[in-house]
Design a binder for this molecule. Structure first.
Ligand code: SF4
Length: 197
């Protein structure tokens, strides 16, 4: 699908009007920041278009860049274990990232890159319209929140969404001890997604 204007000009509210397919088309054509230069594939989303729970990760890594799918590498296996532990079915969740192109050498996205890609992130959140938003790590928190959250402690956003920060799956790869802590955070908050019909 082709867009009829330069993606550098498009705003969040214009993106929302285009719908998820239109946002994807704009991401594919986007050259707003330098991350575009090294991206093999733009990484847009995985999962349901009507999710109960939306996970927001940091940025595509090597495997994700090659496949164009979020969380399909080693960290993705940890995330899949997390999804199992949460008892979420495939049609109940979606996964997106703060930026859609892989940063070189898997570095964190800069503040400027997060800000530049933010209209895509916010428009995706608006259209996916989840009941629960789970930020995976502090980069997702920086991209989405104006104030910092406590790990595993759910708050309500002004739009009435439940919002919570959990550890990024990549952090659990290297510190397996955090997995038990993560499970306790999930156990404390199960009602948030299990009560939703
Ligand atoms: S990271 Fe986002 S803003 Fe930067 S080029 Fe990719 S899609 Fe565009």
């Amino acid at each position: 699908m082709s867009t009829d204007r330069n993606t550098a000009d498009i705003t969040y509210s214009e993106l929302v009007k285009l719908g998820l397919q239109g946002i994807a088309a704009n991401i594919l054509e986007c050259e707003r920041c330098q991350l575009n230069e090294n991206a093999t594939n733009k990484v847009i989303m995985r999962g349901s278009e009507r999710p109960k729970v939306l996970f927001i990760g940091e940025a595509p890594g090597k495997n994700e860049d090659e496949a164009g799918i979020p969380f399909c590498g080693r960290a993705g296996k940890i995330l899949d274990e997390l999804l199992d532990y949460m008892d979420l079915e495939e049609n109940e969740y979606a996964i997106i990232n703060t930026v859609k192109c892989r940063p070189p050498n898997n570095r964190k996205p800069t503040h400027k890159e997060l800000k530049t890609c933010r209209p895509f992130l916010l428009a995706q959140i608006e259209l996916l319209d989840p009941e629960v938003i789970i930020l995976l790590g502090t980069t997702a928190e920086q991209a989405f929140c104006i104030s910092s959250l406590n790990w595993g402690e759910a708050v309500i956003t002004p739009e009435g969404k439940h919002l919570m920060k959990l550890y990024h799956p990549a952090a659990l790869l290297y510190r397996r001890s955090l997995i038990e802590q993560q499970k306790k955070m999930i156990d404390r908050n199960r009602d948030l997604w299990q009560k939703i019909q």
